[in-house]
Design a protein around this ligand. Structure first.
Ligand SMILES: [Zn+2]
Length: 454
């Protein structure tokens, strides 16, 4: 009885990660992510899965980012009633991220209905905040390094992936095969997260390839962050920083606290963290000491590095503050969230700056800004871009190509199957070629929807 794997997302794209593992009539889904970015990709979220959710035995989440977890509410709404396994920190983060995702989808649908720019009438949310709250009841946790049994006869173990708080790689043993899912891998030199763990031996390996065709600059985040922020402060402008509520928001807060402590930024420069999710995620760093590089005092400094604006009224009041300031707001690729109203407010001013902090998926507003777009479509209106746009190259929470290769080279043995996933076509294919030439291991980039032996 073989083990099969079907690539239902994260194949030829960085979003929508969903890997269906089947053996002897049992089914388990590794990651349960939303497609994001291009509309053709987002439309996939609305298509039925090729299996009945109520016939799925279990879900295992590698981390809480929505492109790995954000489909869970819909899966549960459609009938999935098994357990969804995650590390304790991932579970804590999912409790923040998933209801917010439902809330944003309801708001977007309402907004489209009020302004009549949806082609569907009425526009419907993919799922609601209440759906998301229901889905949280399916979550159960397993610690890093602990062996758990997601289905009878299936053994699983999480180990550190170094990407964001709680992020794990996963070893799954079923039907005499060992399957290793890298999850999103962090970089060994991250400001906040510890380096990824050494991978164990496996027969089948899935490796992510977000930066499969790129190397990070040697420059560190502090060196790259300081000069532009000092510049915008000196000219009295506002820096709008779209951040991923989990991960980059905290790295930037920690970075800004350090820059102020060194005197590289004026201590009095106002900084706002305008994202309830990012505020809660920042607080989680204190609860999960030991799972990242910061000690209790550094967690406190990070939490004091910004004014936390929790309510919509506080968020709107930021615009009344004249003078230089830094606003960190989600989402990180400007696909939604409060950062949109700050962009509407500040994009038109020459003194201002937009600081892009991580990977910008093609088709997102962040990618348009990074490519030098002169206008941005926000809520049905065209906003002119006159602010300076900077893309930080060292703020990524992902390993670069050489770091991915180093992770593979640490495998104790050559896997019999190697799949390159979670990358745009070019990135995935370049990593595949590099694996074949440097390691001599055959590797493949699976197509969306294809099924292969594991
Ligand atoms: Zn991620």
């Amino acid at each position: 009885m073989g083990v099969n794997i079907t690539f239902l997302g994260g194949a030829g794209t960085v979003t929508g990660s969903k890997y269906l593992v089947e053996h002897d009539g049992q089914r388990l889904l590794v990651d349960c992510g939303l497609f994001q970015g291009y509309k053709q990709l987002r439309l996939r979220n609305w298509r039925p899965l090729p299996f009945e959710p109520r016939h799925l035995g279990a879900v295992v989440l590698t981390h809480a980012h929505l492109d790995h977890s954000g489909y869970l509410p819909l899966l549960v709404k459609e009938g999935f009633h098994g357990k969804a396994w995650a590390t304790p920190a991932t579970r804590d983060l999912a409790e923040i991220l998933l209801p917010d995702s439902g809330h944003i989808q309801e708001e977007d649908a309402n907004f489209a209905n009020r302004h009549g720019f949806s082609k569907h009438s009425p526009a419907l949310p993919l799922y609601t905040e209440e759906d998301a709250r229901q889905s949280l009841k399916r979550l159960v946790s397993a610690h890093m390094g602990e062996t758990f049994e997601p289905l009878p006869g299936w053994r699983a173990r999480f180990f550190e992936a170094g990407h964001i708080l709680g992020a794990a790689s996963l070893l799954l043993e079923v039907g005499g095969r060992r399957l290793l899912f890298s999850g999103d891998l962090g970089r060994p030199d991250d400001l906040l997260m510890k380096p990824p763990g050494e991978p164990p031996a496996a027969d089948t390996v899935l490796i992510e390839s977000t930066y499969g065709d790129r190397e990070h600059p040697a420059e560190n985040l502090l060196a790259e962050l300081g000069p532009p922020l000092a510049r915008v402060a000196a000219r009295g402008g506002t820096a709008v920083v779209p951040v991923f509520a989990v991960g980059r928001a905290q790295a930037l807060l920690h970075g800004i606290a350090e820059l102020k402590a060194r005197g590289d930024l004026p201590a009095s420069l106002p900084v706002y963290l305008d994202s309830p999710m990012a505020i809660h995620s920042t607080e989680l760093f204190s609860r999960h000491l030991g799972e990242h590089r910061l000690n209790a005092a550094q967690c406190r400094d990070m939490a004091h590095a910004a004014v936390f604006t929790a309510t919509p009224d506080q968020s709107k009041a930021i615009a009344l503050q004249h003078g230089p300031k830094i606003i960190l707001a989600a989402s990180g690729m400007a696909t939604g969230g409060r950062v949109l109203h700050h962009l509407v407010q500040y994009l038109g001013g020459h003194k201002n700056m937009v600081l892009l902090t991580g990977y910008q998926a093609p088709g997102t507003r962040g990618a348009t800004l990074a490519a030098g777009g002169t206008h941005l479509r926000i809520h049905g209106q065209d906003v002119a871009v006159r602010a300076e746009v900077i893309q930080l190259r060292s703020a990524s929470a992902h390993a670069d190509a050489s770091q991915l290769m180093r992770w593979l080279k640490a495998l104790p043995q050559r896997p019999s199957q190697l799949y390159v996933v979670h990358g745009d076509m070019e990135a995935a294919d370049q990593l595949r070629r590099r694996i074949e030439s440097e390691l001599g291991w055959p590797a493949m980039v699976p197509e969306h929807g294809s099924m292969w032996p594991a």
